[in-house]
Design a protein around this ligand. Structure first.
Ligand code: NDP
Length: 258
């Protein structure tokens, strides 16, 4: 199986669930990245213990405090990352952090939940891309690769099929209004980012990880986190300009309707 060759990678929400498993599998790759910036809200707290244990064994893993819903925290984190990179660019930004209100039907959802979810799931990835853009552009400029790829410069937004407008009737028994709307916005954001950042050599793609056994997905879910992340990491190396702006599935990267 081809592995992603990005030298430098940054992930959000890296302390548990899909984000933590991405870190673990990237560290185990045949040629692991030179730097993995695993960001989370509270790197000193109990929920980041596993990440801290990994960092104590892997000098290429750097923990950085970052709350995607707080723009000034994103700017502060970018300064830390830039310092570590010491003149190099950032090849791969994975916007993974997300929140979900399982009970949000049209009867129960309120403005506060809608705004909170939108702020984390859609505004967060927008700000992350804006703030890390100079480092992503640098990686693209420094690369000798032709075309767009995850090893050159890429923004991967972890989205969901629940954000697909066309597919909504198939899953509407589970309305999750705030989550769906925020992820539909994320899919649109990905398209807009692809159309804008593509010229600078940055690939922008949204990925659906499947229904995964995590705190968010619950233990009822179809996939183990290991299977989902193995799938996601096998899709990254096959991505190119033809996928730019699309929502793709975790398994073999099939295009999903937006
Ligand atoms: P989890 O609930 O297990 O983990 C969510 C992660 O996001 C945690 O690390 C959490 O950190 C972090 N997070 C939440 N809010 C913020 C914030 N404001 N700033 C920084 N980090 C934050 O979820 P999953 O691992 O299952 O989900 C990861 C991504 O995959 C999400 O974007 C989700 O929408 C998507 N996805 C998941 C599916 C599933 O079935 N699990 C299906 C489809 C998509 P903390 O510990 O601080 O709360």
């Amino acid at each position: 199986m081809a592995a992603v060759r990005a030298r430098t990678v940054l992930l959000t929400g890296a302390n548990r669930g899909i984000g933590l498993e991405l870190v673990k599998q990237l560290l185990r790759a045949p040629r692991p990245p030179a730097w993995i910036f695993a960001t989370c809200r509270d790197p000193e707290g109990p929920r980041a213990q596993e990440l801290r244990d990994l960092a104590s064994k892997h000098p290429n893993l750097v923990l950085v405090k970052l709350d995607v819903a707080n723009p000034s925290a994103v700017t502060a984190a970018a300064k830390v990352v830039e310092g570590k990179l010491n003149g190099a660019g950032l090849n791969l930004l994975i916007n993974n952090a997300g929140i979900y209100t399982p009970t949000a039907s049209l009867e129960t959802v309120d403005a506060e939940d809608m705004i909170r979810t939108y702020k984390t799931n859609a505004v967060g990835p927008m700000i992350m891309a804006q703030v890390f853009l100079p480092l992503l552009k640098k990686a693209a400029r420094d690369s000798t690769e032709k075309g767009l790829s995850c090893s050159k410069a890429a923004i991967i937004n972890i989205s969901t099929i629940l954000g697909s407008i066309e597919k909504t009737p198939e899953s509407f028994f589970h309305p999750v209004i705030s989550y769906r709307c925020s992820k539909a916005a994320l899919n649109m954001l990905t398209k807009c980012q692809a159309l804008t950042y593509g010229e600078a050599g940055i690939l922008c793609v949204a990925l659906h990880p499947g229904w995964v056994k995590t705190d968010m997905g619950s233990q009822e879910a179809d996939l183990t986190v290991d299977t989902s992340v193995r799938g996601l990491l096998s899709v990254l190396p096959i991505l190119s300009e033809k996928h730019s702006g699309a929502l793709l599935n975790w398994e073999a990267g099939q295009v999903l309707p937006g």
